[in-house]
Design a binder for this molecule. Structure first.
Ligand code: IMP
Ligand code: MG
Length: 180
């Protein structure tokens, strides 16, 4: 049994699906032809799965993974590549897919890693953007929603590895203390 509270709804399943389908059309128009999609594990897997099914093309998919330190919710700007590409990207048109751009350190490091491999073109799409948290400039050509500085879960995003399966994006309210 699980007695954890369900997060408060920030963006509903319908809000997300509507935006993801229009993002897919925007990307399809901006990146015609050959398309190689690279998702950032783990948070982007749900968004990527929906996004690619709105792009009617024989695209290809790969996943990379990075860890920013410290772990948890705070990024300190040092990013380790945990899993690199498994498919060569030289000369390919590449779409990098992530769940959220926060400080920007993770995406900046991953973009540098991919650009070193000479793709023909690299675009980045993030479902969510917290612009008020940015520490480094990073180019994100396609953004789903701008949100305020709050910790969100669901639709692939986690808090301590939970809630990735929620069909909506939610906010965890502070847990009330039992002694008050
Ligand atoms: P950045 O390097 O600070 O931009 O870190 C981005 C990564 O931190 C994202 O890919 C998420 O994995 C994680 N993250 C940042 N904000 C949130 C949030 O509100 N909920 C869940 N994960 C988050
Ligand atoms: Mg992430």
């Amino acid at each position: 049994m699980d007695s954890q509270p369900l997060p408060r709804v920030l963006l509903s399943e319908a809000d997300i699906q509507t935006r993801v389908s229009s993002l897919a059309h925007e990307i399809g128009a901006a990146m015609p032809g050959d398309l190689h999609v690279i998702g950032v594990l783990t948070g982007a897997f749900v968004f990527l799965a929906d996004l690619i099914r709105y792009i009617d093309r024989a695209l290809t998919v790969d996943f990379i993974s990075a860890s920013s330190y410290g772990s948890g919710t705070v990024s300190r700007g040092s990013v380790d590549l945990l899993r690199g590409v498994t498919v060569p990207i030289r000369g390919r048109q590449v779409l990098l897919v992530d769940d959220i751009v926060d400080t920007g350190h993770t995406l900046a490091a991953l973009q540098r890693y991919l650009l070193e491999q000479s793709p023909e073109r690299l675009h980045t799409v993030c479902l969510l953007d917290k612009p008020s948290r940015r520490q480094v400039q990073v180019a994100v050509e396609h953004i789903g929603f701008e949100i305020a500085d709050q910790f969100v879960v669901g639709y692939g995003l986690d808090a301590d590895a939970r809630y990735r399966n929620l069909r909506y994006l939610g906010v965890l309210d502070p847990v009330p203390r039992a002694d008050r």
